[in-house]
Design a protein around this ligand. Structure first.
Ligand SMILES: [Zn+2]
Ligand SMILES: [Zn+2]
Length: 389
């Protein structure tokens, strides 16, 4: 079964929606225009229920099948938010909002799920209920978490959830997936090192926090090289070093380090936090200073369920003739992780072709991926909840 014919017919419409969304990017929870547009379309498609305001600006649509005797309820999720990036694609439908752009393709995800919703509401060729989920604030705001905290899973009786992201560098319309941990947990930390400032020509009268910071940056690298199981990836990056001195000849009293930690397993996540919280004060103490760590927990790692991943891959294979089932892990984060913590499900990547990478000002979603993406959504529903004659 290749892509569904109906999506060849709808391709123009869905592309137009996508480009309209692209022109009007909205960041984090500020997806007011996008959410209103999504809700309006879901109503027009004849969804049985459309609910706004879940997870602040999230939107949920309910579509009942020809029958609902199976008692099954499947959630399909797309993200709607853009990024604070100045667009440099040069396309005629480029962002009209200065400093904001759809640089991660969430315009494409939203349009594809709308297309699938239209088809599913038209055909109802399934036995059960589909819940289409449009979430704000994937890019760092935890919109998925807020939708879960609003009780979405219980309220709509969702039993399993599926998500999709476009993937630059993968042939357009092709699919890849992996079972288990797929995207990383993304934690952040800020370390403040206190010393004793003074004249740069009289270091013996100071406690130099710059020297402590330099030792600490090196020491932190020992977490991945000496503490973590080599089979289980962990990345700890120090991304910012700020001194309280701006002068060439003044030793500062304080240095602040910032960074991010990426882990796939709960074990490494706990280990990394514990090590950073030990290394910072003990290294500072060794050189006569003090240090404190502010830990900012981010998204958990996103873990695909085994059974749903196999099923999702079978569907993808039927649509595009193949599916890479051993996709490489990514150390990027994805807040669909929160939905997968609450319900079994799977997250798949659909190829965006030879485009700039996501989060790049030259990136653009590839509209040629639309028929494959929409077909995957629709086929997930029709296969998982077949009509019983
Ligand atoms: Zn992104
Ligand atoms: Zn994204």
């Amino acid at each position: 079964m290749p892509v569904k014919n109906r999506f060849a017919e709808l391709h123009g419409d869905i592309t137009a929606w996508r480009r309209d969304l692209h022109q009007h990017p909205e960041i984090l929870f500020e997806t007011h225009r996008t959410s209103a547009l999504v809700a309006e379309k879901l109503q027009a498609f004849g969804c049985d229920e459309v609910v706004t305001g879940i997870g602040r600006t999230g939107v949920v649509g309910v579509i009942k099948g020809r029958g609902t005797g199976s008692g099954k309820v499947i959630g399909l999720r797309a993200d709607m938010d853009a990024l604070p990036i100045e667009e440099q694609t040069g396309v005629e439908y480029a962002s009209k909002t200065p400093g904001a752009m759809h640089a991660c393709g969430h315009d494409g995800h939203t349009a594809m799920l709308l297309g699938a919703a239209q088809y599913l509401a038209e055909t109802r060729n399934f036995d059960g209920t589909v819940v289409v989920i449009f979430q704000p604030a994937e890019e760092g705001g935890g919109g998925g978490k807020e939708m879960c905290q609003d009780g979405m899973m219980e309220r709509f009786g969702i039993q399993e959830v599926y998500g999709m992201h476009n993937w630059p560098g993968q042939p357009v319309g092709s699919f890849s997936i992996r079972s288990g941990a797929f995207f990383a947990a993304t934690d952040q930390y800020e370390i403040t090192i206190h010393g004793k400032g003074g004249h740069a020509a009289k270091p013996h009268q100071t406690v130099d926090p710059v020297v402590i910071a330099a030792q600490l940056v090196q020491a932190i690298q020992s977490i991945s090289s000496r503490n973590a199981d080599p089979d289980d990836p962990i990345v700890v990056s120090v991304t910012s070093i700020e001194s309280s001195s701006k002068a060439f000849n003044v030793i500062p009293a304080r240095v602040t380090l910032k960074g991010t930690m990426r882990t796939m397993s709960k074990e490494n996540r706990a280990l990394g936090e514990e090590r950073i919280k030990a290394l910072a004060p003990l290294t500072a103490e060794a050189f006569g200073g003090t240090a404190e760590v502010r830990w900012i927990a981010g998204y958990p790692s996103m873990v695909n369920s085994e059974e749903q991943t196999e099923f999702a891959a079978d569907v993808a294979e039927a649509i595009s003739g193949g599916c890479e089932r051993n996709a490489p892990i990514t150390m990027g984060g994805e807040d669909f992780a929160y939905m997968l913590e609450e319900r079994p499900g799977a997250y798949i990547l659909v190829g965006n072709g030879d485009s700039a990478d996501v989060h790049n000002p030259g990136y653009n979603f590839n509209d040629e991926a639309i028929p494959a993406g929409c077909s995957w959504w629709a086929e997930i529903v029709e296969r998982r909840m077949p009509v019983i004659n």
